[in-house]
Design a protein around this ligand. Sequence first.
Ligand SMILES: [Mn+2]
Length: 346
Amino acid sequence: MTTGAATEAGDAVWLRVGEAMPAAARREAALLADRIGLGADRAGDLALAVTEAATNLQRHSDDGALVLRIERQGPAAAVEFLALDSGPGIGDIRAALIDGNSTAGTLGLGLGAINRLADVFAIHSQPGRGTALLARFYPRGAAPPDAPGVHVGGLTRPINGEELCGDTWAAREEITADGVVDTIVMMCDGLGHGPLAARVADTARLAFRESRSVEPARIVQDLHARLKGTRGAAVAVARVDRTRRRVQLSGAGNISGFVLGPQSRQTLMSIPGIVGHSISRLQTFEADLPTGSALVLHSDGLSNRWVPADFPGLLAHGPVLIAGQLLWQAGTRGDDAGIVVVKAGA
Ligand SMILES: [Mn+2]
């Protein structure tokens, strides 16, 4: 087996609705644009779009956040932002995408502009519950042709008051001799929070990246060895066979795993334990991952009481938007939160 493209949690900058948000969002966007060499003209587009999104949030929601992060899939890097709110929602997204079309009380103004400026744009809105918007910016000419099909994505959010997050995720592809691509994904919740938990998360990502194992239970064992001497973590590792549409999962500690369908949610089992301290007899659980479904792994920083019926239409979107909406709606502010989503695709 050889290893293909990899992606993992970068630092996500969370900005809450408040006076200083649009200026802070522009500043953070410029820093991230600089870091990946977005180029002056695309950085300008990003600044315009992020200003529109931040202004919208300020105007229409008391509770909202803008999240900025660098998205990397293999060699392609982009700056993306999510605008998440608990506002009134958008009744007619198509109408809202026409410039200047904004009904009082709805998030609408500027959406058309953001849509035009971004390489990838997606929006999921639930009247009465809120809206999640994703916009992604590549350097000019660098957007991969299959960008909308990117099938792994996730999001983390530190506990209130901390900048570093102990929850993390990572994914890599394994290409078999016959050219079949499996996706292997990890969700890790470093015990506690703050810098010590973040160090566990860093070590776990590194161990995952360096592990040459392909069986989920073996990868958890590899992480167990590497996390000795740290606080330890709850970890789940899943392998998605996109051809057979099957998922295998092995984990220890409190990570929630689900196969999410439009109307269904199947729970994947994990065993008790602390990776890095004590795990006993890891087990591997298997399930089908039908077309149009998604694998969702999240830490206990999200309540696991969410139900698919609360998110109509969400599964039609890409993994980052799914992750953002679930984290926003089911996340607790009293703990680090992390979620990663693998789309089974068409
Ligand atoms: Mn936790």
